[in-house]
Structure formats: C-alpha cells, structure tokens
Design a protein. Sequence first.
Length: 213
Amino acid sequence: MQDFLASFLQQGITFFAIMDPIGVSAIALSVLHSDITKSQIKHVANKATTTMIIAFFVVLFTGEFILQLFGIDENSLKVMGGIVLILMAIQMVNGSKKSKKPTKEEDSDLKEQDDLSVIPIAIPIAFGTGIFSTIIIFKHQAQSATDLLSISLAFLINAFFMYLALRNSIYIKKYLGLTGQNIITKLMGLIVGAISVQFIISGIIELSKIYLK
C-alpha cells in the first residue's frame, strides 16, 4: 500500500506539473472567443476533458505496441521524453509557453465545426507530446495491474483539475491576473525540469548498461 501511494503521488505530481491547468486555462481563454458565455465555456471544459481522457487510455493501451512497431527501446524513449520535457520546462520558466493560434481561415473552420474544445485546447495544448511521452514511460515502469490503476487514477484526478480550471478560467484570470498565472506556470516549469532530468539520467544509465557491456 505504501509503494502504491508513493507511486501515485509521484505520478500525480508529474502529471499536474506537465499539464499545468492554470497555465492552460489562460491559453484556452486566448484561443476562445472573447465574448464566450459561462454555459459555452462549461461545454468547452466538458468536451476538452473527455477528449483528454480518451487520448490517455488510447496512449496507455497502445503505447507499447507503438514502441514495438518502430523498434524503440523504452530507455531511448525516456531520454527523448526527458528532452521534450526539459524544452517544455524552459519555455514555462521563461514565460513563453504558448500555443500557436489558428489563422483566420483555420479559426473560421473551427468555429463552424465547434472543434476548439478538441483542437487545439485538448490536443495539443492540454494533452501534448510531454504528456504522451510521460504516459508511455510510466506504463513501461508499471509491473502490475495495481501500477496501471495508480497511473490511471493519477491522470483522472488531474483531468478533473483541468476541467475545473477550464470551467472557471474566467474567474482564475480575474482573481490571479496575468502575473499570478505566470508565477504558477514558472513554478510548474521548475518541477517539470527536475522530472525531465531524472528521466534523462535514468534512461542514459540503463542504455549504457546495454551498449557498454
């Protein structure tokens, strides 16, 4: 039970830092219409969170197949995933974690299809390459069904936090302001950076055992 809680806390903190719900809520507001209503933003939060959860389980259960298909060693993914995360962490610390806003043509199409909550808010803003790599790394570290349960619970709780942040993004922006949101994102960036260094070092150590025999 103690091992389960330790893994759950590590995974939960990792997901929270990478997902950065407060920062994502600010980016989402910049993508959505400026005159969006409370009911509309609730719909966006529902759809974006549902998309993230579906994406999580798809990656969790097909990630191993993807690695085998391309012949990728899990430790190589650890190193590459760590590099992706450290680049993300640098952007977060520098205050430049932004998503490319759609062009006028893309924005027009998205409005017609009502897809802003799915693309780009859910994917890739909230569920990007960092989360993708982390899920696969955690999956390969899992040794039992209990470990998979821990990963799933950690993500689902953070998905709920993301839902709350998106649904209340207008109030978060009002009370925290841009400065408060930037401070939180920078702190999350430091945590993501530390996690990424651990991934890189552990991956390199394991690869060195294989190739330097």
